[in-house]
Design a protein around this ligand. Structure first.
Ligand SMILES: NC(=O)c1ccc[n+]([C@@H]2O[C@H](COP(=O)([O-])OP(=O)(O)OC[C@H]3O[C@@H](n4cnc5c(N)ncnc54)[C@H](OP(=O)(O)O)[C@@H]3O)[C@@H](O)[C@H]2O)c1
Length: 253
């Protein structure tokens, strides 16, 4: 039986991926801060799975998971936990922005290191970026920059580990109907409905790409890929202007 560990698995995309992998008979370890939610998820999934409560934006929480990865073998790590805050740069508490950088980048690097140190041929690392890895986002400057980091980092590792038979993928969802946007200070319905994917659809694409083990950078959703294709014909300033005009982080600014 294959073993996978998923961060940020108490809700949203992480939970949807956990459901898919559980259906495929993986034994899962689910990581998040909210113990009660994790217990509910475990009850719901049934069986052989386990949980780890840790705040990955904090040194001690991250250390718990690094230790766990040092003493346990997994076939798959999905670095999914992430957050952001919408708003103009100077209007967002600086500590919140630094904390986002710790969760979205430092934790991803530290956990990738711990996992890859022990990874054997056939295993896989998935880092969740965002469509915003490919565009910048006024009204979410730090968040978008962290996701560019994740996409670039994952591509380099894809190359380094390919020859060892270990697959690394940066998986980049577009807007999805999770708690992310409410936690970030806006709402999913601030986006035009047609661009929002269900977390179940995002999970299906992720699991299909994981099975295929081919691309270093996957953009989720046909509409998202089409949008990025269109952006290739714009100069940089035009693309940033469009992102600024549609950014939920600047709505009403
Ligand atoms: N939703 C979107 O539109 C969208 C688009 C592109 C990319 N993404 C990316 O997809 C990933 C998942 O987002 P989501 O939409 O599923 O968001 P979500 O619904 O807010 O879920 C985030 C998950 O991460 C956990 N988490 C948050 N902070 C944590 C911390 N400090 N330590 C440990 N766990 C933490 C949360 O659980 P606890 O609160 O219990 O800790 C939850 O399980 C993120 O990396 C996000 O940047 C999302």
């Amino acid at each position: 039986m294959k073993k996978a560990i998923i961060t940020g698995a108490s809700g949203g995309i992480g939970l949807a991926v956990a459901r898919r992998l559980a259906e495929q008979n993986y034994a899962l370890t689910l990581v998040a801060r909210n113990e009660e939610k994790l217990k509910e998820v475990l009850l719901d999934l049934g069986g052989k799975h386990q949980m780890l409560v840790a705040d990955l934006s904090e040194h001690d929480g991250l250390a718990i998971l690094i230790d766990h990865l040092a003493s346990n073998n997994y076939d798959v790590l999905i670095n999914n936990a992430g957050n952001g805050t919408y708003g103009e740069f100077l209007n967002i508490n600086l500590e919140n922005q630094i904390s986002t950088m710790r969760l979205n980048m430092d934790a991803v690097v530290a956990l990738s290191f711990a996992f890859l140190k022990k990874a054997t041929p056939g295993s896989a690392l998935v880092n969740i970026g965002s469509l915003l890895a490919h565009t910048s986002m006024p009204g979410g400057a730090v968040y978008a920059a962290t996701k560019s980091f994740v996409a670039s980092f994952s591509e380099s590792l894809w190359y380094e580990f390919k020859k060892k038979g270990i697959f690394v993928m940066g998986f980049n969802p577009g807007a999805a109907d999770s708690e992310f946007h409410a936690n970030a200070g806006r709402h999913t319905n601030d986006f035009p409905a047609f661009v929002v994917s269900s977390v179940a659809d995002v999970a299906d694409e992720l699991v299909a790409a994981l099975k295929k083990r081919s691309k270093p950078r996957v953009v989720q959703g046909f509409k998202n890929r089409l949008m990025l294709f269109g952006f290739r014909f714009l100069n940089r300033a035009m693309a940033i202007r469009i992102m600024g005009q549609i950014s939920p982080g600047l709505a009403g600014a």
